[in-house]
Design a protein around this ligand. Sequence first.
Ligand code: FHN
Length: 449
Amino acid sequence: KPDSLRTIQYGPITSAHRTDAAMQAFRSYGLGQFIHWGLYAIPGNEWKGVSARGGAAASEWIRSWGGPTAPKDWKHIYDNLYRQFNPKDFDAKRWAKQAKEMGARYMIFTTKHHDGFALWPTKYSDYNIAATPYKKDIVKQVVDAYTAEGIDVYLYFSVLEWNNPNYMSGTPKTPEEKKRFDQFLQYTRNQLLELLDNYPQIKGLWFDGTWDASWKSAYVFTYQLEKELRDKHPGLIIGSRFRNDEFGARHFDSNGRLLGDYEQGWERKMPGDFDWIDGNDWDCVMTIPPNGWGYMKDWSGIYTKTTDDLLEMLMRSRSMNGNFVINFGPDGNGRMRPEENRIAAETGAWIRSNAPAVYEGRHSDFPLSGYGCFTQKDSMLYLTVLNRPVNNIVRIAVPKSFKQVPVAAALLQNGGRLEVKHSDMGLDLDKNTYYDILLPVAFRTTRAF
Ligand code: FHN
């Protein structure tokens, strides 16, 4: 944080560390599911057998594919893919049931990505699901199905629109540019109010594509828009990726205060230590491939994360008071990949046997262990063993400072759960003492080494 605090007019609108029910629910989510779905699922990161690579990410960035391998009229081809979008296997109830079994308590769904194509029948653009052979409102089906399963829905919304003639990345300068970009801002406001009107069950908006100078220059508009959205939808949760202050500071204003209800910057990366989050709420959104959120036909030649990888990140997130969100990219017919189905099933099985550690557990001041990470709820301390001791014995020194807390350590390991109470441990808390707990050897891993 800067030494001298600046006067900031367009800083945070909500107080940090909201204590209302919606934000308390956010803190207990534990696991979330992200779904990136749209026209980019049709090519699946390749076209007519040629591997395609757009800009910042694979798959959903394919519209920006260029260079010698891209067809000359590629953008025209891409912008007309809506004519063949007819996902015959799409079943929102099946997705929602799978997410429930996986243990997800919230989900983030792409209503419109950078290509500008809306998965709901918006009144403000013809480029939407109603113009496809499929026709029906996909956003409504997803919101209804997940809400029915008791999973909170957050709507992903890309401000950036590659195909919109009124969008520009640079700051509008000429009167004509200002007129066009003002039209774009109104269009954005209209679509957001429309989403809140159409789908009142949702709990949050997940903004993306807000990094360009044009949007950053509209800080008065975005400040007022955030106020309007919050007034319209009490309890609405908006992360730190929506807007910036008048000095262009994003995620945190120029005095270091969080801009939004939680830090939304942990994407495909995690805090290295509890101190990094500085007491703020946060979540981490994670791809299974290295970098590709939409469907990719070919996962060969890249490292795709295993269930153990993802469970480790989940429990590290929980040990630092964050939520962890796994991204799924259904194919052009609405089907998840076999690998995604397996990960969902394995993740759900592990969480079911360790639910309190995941959902109730929060950061513990217990000294970090080399064996894994701690989460704690009142006097219950959970250790998720990530680094299996060769001798299958976990030795933990219990600091005197903990003796007033009747710590009952429940030791967790992949696929199992060991609950050990004080009396079983023969703990002598008057001294810094070790106690030996023989861990069951039933460690499970999802990848044969
Ligand atoms: O450019 C997007 C990307 O396609 C994807 O949607 C991720 C998800 O968090 N957000 C942006 C990259 O930061």
